[in-house]
Design a protein around this ligand. Structure first.
Ligand code: FA5
Length: 339
């Protein structure tokens, strides 16, 4: 039996098979165990020798079982390690890396230019009231300029701001001059979209207020911005224009030469000297809030421009609608280092 058992143990190729062999011989009702149990039936003089013999078998089997189990455990572990082994020389999986949206890049460039010129960068609410978006900017309800900027109205009478100019009013009510700020953010207009017009777009508003601020300061500032954006040889053009909140008002454009050798005037935005009625409206709001009237008699300039137009030229994007269509073919080009 011992010989047979040792053969069985050696032949067990898995831990489960070994367990079966173990049960068969030394389990509760195994062959060896039963032999031990039947000792009592032997005559007393034979028991001792027989018992010693069976115990020797048992010990031999236990030793063989333990040894075999160690071998099989080691093999099972080796097999598992082999199945989990990785080839560290294989190329890794690349995780998709994000990148800054082209509009964010243009904003970052603009904010850097103006921060160097000593401006503070601020932000304000997209949901506005009529007073800040229109009235305080010298656009009363009957003014035809309201039709120029078709408005998304909210049910509570408020609206989605149609430009960032209400930030001029908000900032002046809370701060004392002299001041220099740029305000960035989304604006909304209820209008048909085309290659250069979106219903949601962005603006950067600039405002400088102090004593003796002149139109030439405005022109110099816009020219400095254009050089910062497009290089030292950038040319800027001003054309008279009308904005109710400026007097005088102008539109400005930069002469743009793209890498393909094409060049044209790029309309960037509107600007002008802050209209006295705006200062008056700000003082009215300050007075209502228990603050001093300090803006009447001040001078200042303001400008507002659209970063989409800059990004379209800078990155050769032909249609403004690509910016917000979530098309990975377009936006994916701005991953990682590019741009
Ligand atoms: C204004 O919004 C004035 N608030 C700008 C201003 C500020 C003038 C301060 C004077 C003083 P306008 O509606 O022209 O002006 O818009 C300014 C710029 O926003 C445009 O030059 C253009 O670059 C951009 N823009 C206007 N409408 C759209 C549109 N639908 N989609 C994309 N960009 C637009």
């Amino acid at each position: 039996m011992q010989e047979q058992a040792l053969q069985d143990i050696a032949a067990a190729s898995t831990l489960e098979a070994l367990q079966q062999v173990k049960t068969k011989y030394v389990g509760k009702s195994g062959l060896v165990t039963r032999e031990l149990g039947s000792l009592g039936k032997l005559p007393p003089e034979e028991r001792k020798a027989r018992g010693a013999e069976i115990n020797a078998v048992r010990a031999a089997l236990d030793a063989a079982l333990t040894e075999r189990e160690a071998v099989l455990r080691r093999a099972a572990l080796d097999a598992r390690l082999a199945s989990e082994a990785i080839d560290v020389t294989l190329p890794g999986l690349s995780l998709p890396a994000g990148g800054l949206h082209p509009i964010t890049r243009v904003y970052d460039d603009l904010i850097e230019i103006f921060t160097k010129l000593g401006y503070d960068a601020v932000e304000g609410p997209e949901v506005e009231d009529e007073h800040h978006n229109f009235e305080a900017l010298n656009v009363p309800w009957y003014h035809p300029a309201r039709d120029l900027q078709d408005t998304f109205w909210l049910q509570d009478g408020r609206l989605l701001r149609t430009h960032t100019s209400p930030m001029q009013v908000r900032y002046m009510v809370d701060h004392t001059p002299p001041l220099k700020i740029v305000a960035r953010g989304k604006v909304y207009r209820y209008e048909a979209t085309d290659a250069t017009h979106e219903a949601m777009f962005h603006q950067l508003e600039g405002l400088v207020v102090g004593d003796g601020i002149r139109m030439s300061d405005l022109k110099g500032t816009v020219a400095e911005m254009a050089r910062g954006l497009f290089g030292g040889s950038a040319r800027v053009r001003f054309q008279p224009s009308y904005y109710p909140f400026t007097e005088p008002g102008a539109d400005f454009a930069v002469w743009w030469e793209n890498p393909r050798g094409e060049s044209k005037w790029l309309e960037l935005g509107g600007c002008g000297m802050v209209h006295p009625n705006v200062f008056k409206a700000v003082d009215d709001l300050r007075e209502a809030a228990g603050k001093e009237r300090i803006y009447e008699g001040k001078t200042g300039f303001a400008f507002g421009l659209g970063p989409e137009r800059i990004a379209m030229l800078k990155y050769g994007i032909p249609d403004i609608r690509y910016f917000y269509a979530n098309d990975p073919k377009v936006i994916g080009q701005f991953r990682g280092e590019l741009g």
